[in-house]
Design a protein around this ligand. Structure first.
Ligand code: PXG
Length: 439
């Protein structure tokens, strides 16, 4: 299949992309099915990134296509404020039934970034609603990615995502990240060392006093900054400290939600229940933009006071609970359930882990780490040219038939959850070839 290529690539300012490099040698996708993309030149590419960590059930799923098509024909849009439609309520009930108690309510958004802003705003408004309006500070973590809106980059911990954009939110502190390559390199699953990094939270709380702190937000496993798996006991300790000081704990599960760790959510994998969970991506298999913030009943109930005719939370989006997104999500959840995709950990994670760790000893590899169906290979950077080696690996893998993600000098792998053992073998053999030929 040869698909016509546009002759003007200038108008589109591409996000998070080296625009000039791309436009000289474009990588254009024409179609997708199952585990594979097809480029406009007709080349097949194994999708080792689930799109951007979202296409968990694989591409071109007929049931989702039909659900979306039918929904557009039946109810294309319903106002999100002071009106509703049945699928929004049905979906919310289904989603909350997948979460442990007390996460019994969900607020719909259209992306991970919006889910994060929503969670932060709910945290602040909740503290006020229950008479604790001095609790306004927010605590994030270095190397955290919480999307690209102002709240998210303020609590986020990626210097390049922050430094160009002014003074950001005030009243934000960061704990240190948990990546400790000296002590934990080549760990399979959760690292042994680093539970004590959680104690930094105690120091920050001591400095500001708990009466001034609203919430702590972390990714249970940091995805975008290179698959940083939490040390054993770390999340449990964060939970203990937050509970002790009456501070909300928010998990950003935009990546870990919907099966990435081999369990439905990271909440299940780690057995740690936060007060809010931000999600997006896999909620619709990436087909239609959507996100959702799960909240505890304690939070929800704190708002359900005052006169009944009054709006309780002054927040929401034109497209919150969009009917087409709801339909896509329900069809996605059906596939996840029917094919057992959210619990493929026991069946596949060990195989994935062994395959990845077989790359140890190849040129430039300084760490390999993994959890569930996500893994990373960290490369030694070229002196004075950070990110260049991994970007070369990305381009070389693309030529060899694999689409993967790189971040800094780290290769991140998160294939759709339908991946087979043979596809894992192919992926790892391509990466091995790439590493052997890299400058
Ligand atoms: N939180 C987390 C943990 C994320 O990973 C967002 C929030 C923001 O989601 P939206 O839908 O607004 O993009 C994300 C997004 C990558 C990559 O390759 C990761 C993301 C997005 C694009 C690329 O690491 N994560």
């Amino acid at each position: 299949m040869n698909v016509p290529v546009p002759n003007n690539l200038e108008a589109f300012w591409m996000p998070f992309t080296a625009n000039r490099q791309f436009k000289k040698a474009p990588r254009l996708l024409a179609s997708a099915s199952g585990m594979y993309y097809t480029t406009v030149e007709g080349r097949k590419l194994l999708d080792a990134a689930a799109g951007l960590w979202c296409v968990n059930a694989g591409h071109g799923r007929r049931e989702i296509v039909e659900a979306v098509a039918n929904q557009v024909g039946e109810l294309d849009y319903a106002p999100a404020f002071q009106m509703g439609h049945p699928k929004a309520f049905e979906l919310a009930a289904r989603l909350t039934s997948m979460m442990p108690k007390p996460l019994d309510h969900v607020f719909f958004t259209n992306s991970g970034s919006e889910s994060v802003e929503t969670a932060l705003k709910i945290a602040l408004a909740y503290q006020r609603a229950r008479g604790k309006g001095t609790k306004t500070r927010l605590i994030g973590r270095e190397r955290g990615y919480h999307g690209v809106n102002f709240g998210g980059i303020s609590v986020g911990g990626i210097p390049t995502n922050r430094k160009f954009f002014g003074s950001l939110l005030t009243g934000v502190d960061h704990m240190r990240h948990t990546h400790d390559i000296e002590r934990n390199a080549f760990t399979r699953g959760q690292p042994e060392y680093g539970v004590e990094f959680a104690d930094e939270l105690e120091r920050i709380i001591y400095l500001h006093d708990a009466s001034n702190i609203a919430a702590v937000i972390v990714e249970p496993m940091s995805g975008s900054t290179g698959v940083l798996v939490p040390p054993k006991g770390y999340l449990e300790r964060l939970r203990e400290i937050c509970t002790k000081h009456d501070i909300l704990l928010i998990f950003d599960e935009v990546i870990t939600g919907f099966g990435r760790l081999g369990t439905p959510f990271a909440v299940d994998y780690f057995g740690v229940v936060p007060d809010m969970v931000a999600t997006a991506k896999g909620i619709t298999n990436g087909v239609i933009p959507m996100g959702g913030v799960f909240c505890s009943s304690e939070i929800y109930d704190a708002f359900m006071t005052g006169p009944e005719h009054a709006i309780e939370l002054f927040h929401g989006y034109t497209y919150s609970a969009h009917p087409v997104a709801c339909a896509a999500s329900m069809a996605t959840l059906d596939i996840y359930a029917k094919e057992g995709l959210l619990t493929r950990g026991p069946e596949l994670a060990q195989y994935f882990e062994d395959a990845l760790h077989s790359l140890k000893g190849l040129p430039h590899v300084i760490d390999i780490r993994n959890i569930g169906l996500v893994g990373a290979i960290e490369l030694r950077p070229i002196d004075g040219e950070p990110t260049k080696r991994a970007f070369s690996a990305f381009l070389s893998a693309y030529e060899k038939g694999v689409m993967m993600r790189t971040t800094g000098d780290i290769i991140a792998l998160s294939p759709p959850l339908i991946v087979s053992k043979a596809e894992i073998d192919f992926l790892v053999s391509v990466i091995a070839d790439v590493l052997k030929t890299l400058p």
